[in-house]
Design a protein around this ligand. Structure first.
Ligand code: HAM
Length: 416
């Protein structure tokens, strides 16, 4: 048998109910904040991610699914959503829409990662991007919207960590200071950190190796190197979050793994397993970097699989399955025709109804209705057709009553 690829998952019907539930909550909340859905291609020019996500990032260097198509073009499966959304924003002239422009998405992403808990090769991101304002208020509104999403999903085991990584100017000074701090001990760092030293030294702060964490303990903090404007921006964000009573921790080690970030960056981390459920931040230079006009922007994305894990842990008793409302059983060929018309009629009124389509015995039909946890069963035989009345049984209580099954459509009131 041909099996699924490592790092991919099948989402079976029971699971997809949870997916749909979360997506519907997210859609409702995002729309209340003025977001509209965008869908962009899975496959893009490789260059988009090299320029957008950054040549020196792990995502581009080690994790991308890239290949030459039959026409000799270098293409890649998207490893994240922001670069594609920004490309679509520029290419479709969305900057002419009223600002701020707010877009959300739910799309599969591909990264060739070491597969482990919370880390797959195909995963889905629920994300949002906001274009057109430099104001700290956009940062706060974005974080507030995420808070609302977690609240609406009754997710409590989660904490918000924020940081500012400044603008290119403050970062230049900071990187010099950081390298100066690391250089004398560089040999003691892990191999990955050593390779990051020249290309992407800030990512050394993100290393999970104990020895590197220890070495990083007294490293200079980016927050001490922010220029006046970036400092002010971050102060405003924090003050407004305080006013909104949104709890957060400042984590100077959040640097994020993608190159486009500026100023505010944030992560929502699961208290249960320490996994980052959602990450995002401001990226004021990316639209210009990808060929658009200078346009500040901010956004985030949550790994759906990780979000579902915390959602399930926080809602162990939630039942989402929709029971069959009515099962129509029949005895005999004429009753089969009658029952077929009856379920068609019920379905046209938006009622979840089923009948046997396997030619089962009446006993087997009842068994099926029971297994599918139907709320009601109506049984049709010759007698019922003649009298135009039938017995409806509530399978939960065992209660029975007579209803008319004449020509008019049945309604839910008939079963109440
Ligand atoms: P990211 O931090 O690379 O940011 O990914 C966002 C989230 O996607 C992570 O916090 C995690 O929940 C999930 N995720 C990432 N990689 C995997 C994986 N291999 N398996 C399962 N889940 C994963 C971005 O992608 C940015 N585009 C977010 C953003 C949007 N920033 C601004 N706008």
């Amino acid at each position: 048998m041909v099996q699924k690829l490592k790092g991919t998952r099948d989402i079976l019907p029971k699971e997809s109910e949870v997916w749909q539930y979360i997506e519907s909550k997210a859609k409702e909340i995002f729309e209340n904040y003025g977001y509209k859905e965008i869908r962009v291609p899975v496959i893009e020019n490789l260059e988009l991610f090299q320029r957008g996500v950054g040549e020196a990032t792990d995502v581009v260097q080690k994790e991308m699914y890239c290949f030459e198509d039959r026409g000799g073009r270098k293409v890649a499966l998207r490893p994240e959503g922001t670069a594609g959304v920004v490309r679509a924003y520029i290419e479709n002239g969305l900057s002419s829409e009223p600002s701020p422009l707010k877009l959300w998405y739910h799309m599969p992403m591909y990264r060739y990662e070491n597969v482990q808990k919370g880390r797959q090769r195909e995963f889905n991101q629920l994300g949002a991007e906001l274009f057109g304002t430099e104001s700290y208020m956009a940062d706060v509104e974005t974080i507030e919207m995420v808070e609302q999403l977690f609240q609406s999903l009754n997710i409590k085991d989660i904490e918000l960590n924020i940081n500012s990584i400044g603008c290119t100017e403050c970062r230049k000074k900071y990187i010099e200071a950081l390298k100066e701090y690391i250089r004398p001990n560089l040999e003691s760092y892990c191999e990955t950190c050593k390779t990051r030293f020249e290309k992407n030294p800030m990512r050394i702060l993100d290393c999970k190796e104990e020895k590197c964490k220890e070495l990083n303990k007294n490293a200079p903090k980016i927050l001490d190197y922010l220029c006046e404007e970036c400092k002010m921006h971050f102060e405003n964000v924090k003050n407004m979050l305080d006013k909104l009573e949104i709890e957060y921790k400042i984590d100077p080690n959040i640097v994020r793994g993608l190159d486009y970030y500026t100023k505010t960056v944030f992560e929502f981390v699961s208290k249960l397993d320490g996994l980052t459920v959602l990450g995002g931040g401001r990226y004021d230079g990316l639209v210009e970097e990808l060929g658009g006009a200078k346009t500040p922007a901010i956004g985030f994305a949550s790994g759906m699989e990780r979000l579902i894990d915390v959602f399930k842990n926080n809602n162990p008793d939630l039942k989402l399955e929709k029971n069959m409302h009515i099962f129509v059983a029949y005895i005999g060929e004429e009753a089969n025709i009658y029952a077929t018309k009856l379920v068609k009629n019920l379905r046209q009124q938006g009622i979840y109804a089923e009948k046997d389509i396997m030619g089962r015995s009446i006993k087997a039909q009842f068994k099926y209705a029971d297994k599918k946890k139907a709320n009601y069963v109506i049984t049709i035989g010759d007698n019922e057709i003649e009298t135009k009345t039938a017995t409806i049984k509530n399978l939960q209580t065992g209660e029975e009553k007579q209803i008319s099954i004449g020509d008019g459509p049945l309604t839910t009131i008939d079963f109440a």
